[in-house]
Every structure is written in structure tokens, then in C-alpha cells.
Design a protein around this ligand. Structure first.
Ligand code: PEP
Ligand code: MN
Length: 365
């Protein structure tokens, strides 16, 4: 593997100087680009390990000095931001819970705006002071919001762009849901793909650790991300995962990480790219047929609407609707499609047909 893929790795949380340094030295040996560790941990429930706080920043600084790796940590408030930058943290990351809160994101963006371009740090009371990171070098990673809302994610990017941050990276860590199946957070790959469409210049990372929630899922999720041409991976790695104070089931040892990275394949040869293009054009033309058929179906539905209206029949015939959903789900299943998918699709199509028929009865103008 390697070749152009950026790897960010390190523990979920900084727990002690020894744990941070032991993990970092092993990771530097693997050629990891950026070392991560949270010092302020946003925990869903109170009473869990909430991080060591600002004292952990010094350990990250030690990592930087002793290994040469860049270091990053999560910031959620202007105070965190200032403390992190004063300690020479190279890259800041905005966590999933923070991205979901426009007030918190704006507060961070406003704090960045107050910083003169030659020095990034300011203090909460408004006095400027010099920092080791300049505005030109500032990198802000924006994790996806916990809820599957592309606008919130895009909104956070825009707030940082408007504040003058030139280097923004996206981190896809999956989305909360009541039912997440095998995942801790649902991937919903179409959301980061939409972000890439909107912000093609912004590098996209995948965080398979928070997405999968378990060690065994890190390799397959990472491979999927590379197949989708992601620019890098953020992987939680701890020198002793069994003893980790947070997210222990999803952290791997540096040795395990090395094995995972060695197995990953980068799809970048021209042959692959060409067959990808031909698959894409087939998809384009299938989508076109799909929409033509939908338009034809809608036309028939319009005629049915006129028929019902002339005979004073109600638009919604629930018996017919249930039969359609059942029957189409059977049909879909018999040709290898997922039953639930067919059901949801029929629901959307039927909803639109009902809307078309109702609009016919009550024209707006
Ligand atoms: C983390 O990276 O440790 C973290 C808390 O991430 P997220 O905001 O994705 O939950
Ligand atoms: Mn974590």
C-alpha cells in the first residue's frame, strides 16, 4: 500500500505521557504522517473518561519533537482552540458532535477570524499573542456531523472557509442511527461522495475506527474508502488497546496497523480507471432509462387521476396500494433485489403519484 495515501493514526485519547510516546514512536516507525490523540473527549454519557485536558498537549508536543510527525487533537470550544494552537498543535479536528452544532462551529470560526494572519493564536480576553502555527499553515479537519445531514457538514466547511482557513480536510466517520447493523456508525457513502462533488479540492479521509466500532472492520472499511478514491485514513491505534480508557474495542496495536496497511490495495492503475469509466457510462445510461420509465409511469398515473376525478373516486385507494407494495417486493426479490429497498422505492414513487393526482384536483393557480 502507501503511495500518496495520508495516514493519521494514534489513540482515541491521550492517557499518559508514556502511552502517548510509546504509541507514537511505534507509529513513526511505520511512516504514519500525522499522530492523533484526543485530550478533551466528548462523551455521550457522564462519568466516562473525559480526557486528561490541556496537560496532554505537552505530550503531543513531545511527540512532535521526538518523532517529527505532525500532531492533531480535537477542539470543541474557542478555549480548546487557543490552548491547542499555543502548544504548537499542527492540525485541529472538529468532532462529529461539534459539527452538528452550528453555534459551536461558528464560535470556533469566529475565534480563528480574530487571529492575525501572521500568528494564529489569540486569547479569550482579546489580547493577541504569538503562536508557533501561522494562519497559512493552519489545517482544520471537519468530521461529519453525527446525523446524516450533508447541509450541516457543508455548512461547517463554509463557516471555516469564511473565517479564512485555507486548508480544510473532511473526515468521514459514519452516522448515528438507532439501527446501525454491523457498524457503530452507518457509512452512508453517498453523503461523503456528495461532499466531494461539492468540494472537489478538499481532501477526504475515512475514519474506519468510529465507523466500524471494532478492530475487525477496520481493514474492509479502509479498503472500501480507498476503492472510492479517498485521500487518506484516520485510524485509532493504541500501544495497549485492552487497557484503553476510551473506545477500546476499535483500537488496534501498531503491529496490527502495520498488517492492515500492508494488505490495503490502492486502485490507481490506468486499466482500473478505464473500466471504472466504462461502468460509469453504463450507470449514466441506465439512470437515463430509469427516469424515462418513471416519467412514463407518472403520465399513466395522471390519466388514472383524471379517471378517478371524473367518477368522484378518492385519490388514495389503500387496498390497491398495499397490493402494489407486496407484489413489487415479491417481484424485486425474485430478480435479486433487496425486498426492503423495493418497498422504500415503491413508497417514494407512490407518494409522488398521489401528489400528482392531488395537484390535478387542486391546481395552484
Ligand atoms: C475521536 O476521534 O476520538 C472522536 C471522538 O471522534 P468523533 O467525533 O468522530 O466521534
Ligand atoms: Mn475515539
Amino acid at each position: 500500500m502507501r503511495s500518496g495515501i495520508k495516514i493519521i493514526a494514534g489513540p482515541c485519547s491521550a492517557e499518559s505521557r508514556q502511552q502517548v510516546l510509546d504509541t507514537a514512536k511505534a507509529l513513526a516507525g511505520l511512516g504514519v504522517d500525522v499522530f492523533r490523540a484526543g485530550v478533551w473527549k466528548p462523551r455521550t454519557r457522564p462519568g466516562m473518561f473525559e480526557g486528561v485536558g490541556a496537560k496532554g498537549l505537552q505530550w503531543l508536543e513531545d511527540v512532535r519533537n521526538e518523532t517529527g510527525m505532525e500532531v492533531c487533537c480535537e477542539v470543541a470550544t474557542p478555549e480548546h482552540l487557543n490552548q491547542a494552537l499555543d502548544s504548537g498543535i499542527d492540525i485541529l479536528w472538529v468532532g462529529a458532535r461539534t459539527t452538528a452544532d452550528p453555534f459551536a462551529v461558528q464560535a470556533l470560526a469566529d475565534e480563528i477570524k480574530r487571529i492575525p494572519s501572521s500568528s494564529v493564536s489569540g486569547t479569550a480576553d482579546g489580547n493577541q499573542k504569538t503562536s508557533r502555527v501561522s494562519m497559512e499553515d493552519l489545517v482544520v479537519m471537519v468530521k461529519n456531523p453525527i446525523n446524516p445531514d450533508v447541509e450541516l457538514w457543508a455548512g461547517a466547511v463554509e463557516r471555516f472557509k469564511n473565517a479564512g482557513v485555507k486548508d480544510i480536510w473532511l473526515v468521514h466517520r459514519g452516522f448515528s442511527s438507532y439501527d446501525t447493523g454491523i457498524y457503530r456508525n452507518l457509512p452512508l457513502w453517498h453523503i461523503p461522495i456528495e461532499m466531494k462533488r461539492r468540494f472537489p479540492e478538499i481532501p477526504l479521509f475515512c475514519d474506519p475506527s468510529h465507523m466500524g466500532g471494532k478492530q475487525q472492520l477496520i481493514a474492509p472499511i479502509s479498503q472500501q474508502a480507498l476503492d472510492l478514491m479517498y485521500d487518506g485514513l484516520m485510524i485509532e491505534c493504541h500501544c495497549n488497546p485492552d487497557q484503553a480508557l476510551s473506545d477500546k474495542t476499535q483500537q488496534v496495536t501498531p503491529l496490527q496497523l502495520e498488517k492492515i496497511l500492508n494488505q490495503l490495495q490502492i486502485r490507481e492503475n490506468v486499466q482500473d480507471q478505464q473500466s471504472l469509466e466504462s461502468f460509469r457510462s453504463r450507470i449514466d445510461s441506465l439512470d437515463e432509462s430509469l427516469f424515462r420509465i418513471l416519467s412514463e409511469r407518472m403520465e399513466v398515473s395522471r390519466r388514472i387521476g383524471q379517471y378517478k376525478q371524473q367518477r368522484n373516486m378518492p385519490v388514495l385507494q389503500s387496498k390497491r396500494y398495499s397490493e402494489i407494495v407486496e407484489n413489487r417486493s415479491d417481484l424485486a426479490e425474485s430478480i435479486g433485489l433487496d425486498r426492503e429497498f423495493a418497498k422504500s422505492l415503491m413508497e417514494i414513487i407512490h407518494k409522488e403519484s398521489v401528489k400528482v393526482q392531488l395537484d390535478q384536483r387542486n391546481p395552484k393557480d
